[in-house]
Design a protein around this ligand. Structure first.
Ligand code: B4P
Length: 187
């Protein structure tokens, strides 16, 4: 199975992506996690990415696309499938992904969009800031991330709608309730 998860920051896409990828034994590919790992390890990618992530800006497409190409070429993605969490994030990334998957003959099966009202998103991320201290969870940066989601990421939902792949999930409720809704939609 090949899935894409889309949602604004704080919608719970990372939370649900972990649960769904475990259940279906597919590779969980989170560009956000990969970038944070690179930043923590002080790699060249991490050094370049940090100036963007700390402001809530999107990291340049070349960096993200190189990372994704390497991961998708992994054998487990080809045999078991994958779940893309936080990628694609703008129309150019989606077009490049379409080209890549066409070449690899691995079409996307479903796109899950998790919807949550903005007020709740801000509350969740501020709560996470208290617990985990992520640098991009300050009020100002959260507002920038939401603006970028509305401007750059939302248009890819319309593009996937044309391919009849989109399923909307209401992201309000307990983590378990939302997982159940996603499982029902997938199977
Ligand atoms: P991401 O890591 O993708 O961060 P995110 O949008 O905040 O989502 P995340 O997965 O962490 O949060 P979730 O909604 O699960 O990206 C971080 C940054 O990396 C971006 O701003 C950008 O700079 C860069 N980046 C990543 N991908 C990129 C790309 N493709 N191109 C360019 N740049 C890129 O959860 C949020 C919180 O809500 C958690 O604390 C969770 O516990 C809580 N939560 C989850 N479900 C809940 C529920 N049902 N009820 C209450 N709380 C819940």
């Amino acid at each position: 199975m090949k899935l894409v998860f889309i949602g604004p920051p704080g919608a719970g896409k990372g939370t649900q992506a972990k649960i769904v990828s475990m259940k279906y034994n597919i590779q969980h590919i989170s560009t956000g996690d990969k970038l944070r790992e690179n930043i923590k390890n002080g790699t060249l990618i991490g050094k370049k990415a940090e100036s963007y992530t700390s402001k809530g800006e999107l990291v340049p497409d070349e960096i993200i696309l190189d990372m994704i190409k390497d991961i998708l070429n992994d054998n487990s993605c080809k045999t078991n499938g994958f779940l893309l969490d936080g990628f694609p994030r703008n129309l150019n990334q989606k077009e490049e992904l379409d080209k890549l998957l066409k070449k690899m003959n691995m079409p996307i099966d479903k796109v899950i969009v998790i919807d949550v009202p903005e007020k709740e998103l801000v509350e969740r991320l501020l709560l996470r800031a208290e617990k985990e201290g992520r640098k991009d969870d300050t009020k100002e940066v959260i507002e920038n991330r939401l603006r970028i989601y509305n401007e750059s990421t939302k248009p890819i939902i319309d593009s996937y709608k044309k391919d009849n792949l989109v399923h909307f999930i209401n992201g309000l409720g307990s983590v378990e309730e939302i997982s159940k809704k996603i499982f029902d939609e997938i199977s």
